[in-house]
Design a protein around this ligand. Structure first.
Ligand code: LMR
Length: 402
């Protein structure tokens, strides 16, 4: 028998984030806690099904409909609702027809479709990604053929932003370089730019002809859905004529497995938007043909109803507040144990705490305490509960002091 073509295929290590859940599931200790993946859980540890989403789901069940293929770029009502949520109902960009939006397979799908689109138009452009960033950013843009460069972002000693370093690094990029930016709730650090810093970055992108690629996966998890879209809207306002936005409803609608995201491209005019849309459709058709129906129908149903939209915003606020409470509880427990230096966790935005724990300390968290986190020290505070925050605080204290 001849050797298999896969005889020498190397084993790829488990995914740095999703792989943690595989290991966690095999752990039989009752007090275990999965603070690896970015999933919001309620105080009983369940992933919530939002009441606003349930209302549409119930109405769909009462009127089960055939499932034809959607248009290649997705459900039109979903794309229109997504544009309004991102750019604002009174957006001049939208009124001028300068934005084209396509439904995608989650935020990751949006990043990949956007990456393929840009790679075809700018084959020699590099992409600059913050140091650090979400692990999958590098994987996605690398797989699309981009050469990746880092720009300075996180300042570990102050648990804050190295804004001077960021500006300096962005200022050295070649024109037409792509710059990946996190609109809010930076993953993994939870450290965001303030409005004035955003303005400086937007002006720099405009002056140097850079192409911003804004990832917004946590809209509504910092301040509220409108305020968290500040950066998305700002680049158009300062006059950047071409930029890409990758958005996701995984977190904000608690629809992780439905893969509901969108890629939006801001263009110079309506005609350009039409041509860019044709390119996006070409990418989607050649990658996975067209988009699934269900998740987009749920989201567009909620956003189209004034009543359900208001309910969703309230539910989103509830998730945001619970995360804030859990941050406070973790900080307080750590302070009571004798580790007040973790106070910075309270000020990080979004689902994560970039704790500063080393890979070895994270390993001890899992092996000794059944507390799973990302080996960069990222802890998903959105999965903490009143019933386990003390256990987690004791575990963090033990590995950081021992
Ligand atoms: C995360 O960062 O944990 C989430 O965005 C889930 C994922 O796909 O990695």
């Amino acid at each position: 028998m001849s050797a298999s073509v896969f005889a020498h295929v190397p084993l790829v290590p488990g995914d740095p984030i999703l792989g943690i859940t595989d290991v966690f599931n095999k752990d039989e200790r009752p007090f275990k806690a999965n603070l690896g993946v970015g999933i919001y859980c309620d105080d009983s540890g369940k992933i919530p099904v939002l009441e606003s989403v349930k209302a549409i789901e119930t109405s769909l069940l009462q009127n089960v409909r055939p499932r034809p293929y959607l248009p290649i770029d997705g459900l039109p009502s979903y794309n229109a609702a997504t544009q309004k949520l991102l750019f604002g109902a009174d957006s001049e960009l939208l009124a001028a027809g300068r934005v084209t939006t396509a439904q995608t397979l989650g935020g990751s799908g949006a990043l990949r479709v956007g990456a393929d689109l840009l790679k075809a138009q700018l084959p020699f452009a590099k992409i600059a990604i913050s140091a650090p960033s979400w692990e999958n950013h590098r994987a996605i843009f690398g797989a699309a053929g981009f050469e990746i460069v880092d720009y300075r972002y996180y300042d570990a000693p102050s648990h804050g932003l190295d804004f001077a370093g960021m500006l300096e690094d962005l200022g050295k990029l070649e024109p037409a370089s792509v710059v990946l930016l996190h609109a809010c709730c930076h993953n993994p650090t939870g450290v965001d730019l303030d409005k004035d810093q955003w303005k400086q970055v937007a002006e720099l992108c405009k002056e140097r002809g850079l192409v911003p690629f804004i990832d917004i996966a946590y809209q509504g998890f910092d301040k509220d859905a409108e305020s968290d879209a500040f950066a998305v809207r700002l680049f158009g306002e300062v006059g950047v004529t071409a930029y890409v936005v990758a958005s996701s409803y995984s977190k904000s609608f608690s629809l992780y497995g439905e893969r509901v995201g969108a890629v939006s491209v801001v263009t110079a005019d309506k005609d350009e938007a039409k041509r860019v849309n044709s390119q996006i459709k070409r990418v989607i058709r050649a990658t996975y043909s067209n988009n699934p129906t269900h998740g987009a129908t749920l989201v567009s149903g909620v956003l189209a109803s004034d009543e359900l939209r208001a309910l969703w915003l309230k539910e989103l606020g509830g998730m945001r507040e619970r995360i804030h409470t859990m941050r406070g509880a973790l900080v307080q427990k750590l302070a009571e144990l004798g580790a007040p230096e973790y106070g910075f966790i309270q000020h990080q935005a979004g689902m994560f705490s970039y704790s500063g724990l080393s890979a070895a300390q994270v390993e001890r968290l899992a092996s000794e305490f059944g507390v799973y986190a990302v080996n960069t020290g990222r802890i998903c505070v959105a999965a903490l509960r009143s019933s386990n925050v003390e256990h987690v605080a004791k575990a963090v204290y033990a590995v950081s002091k021992g």
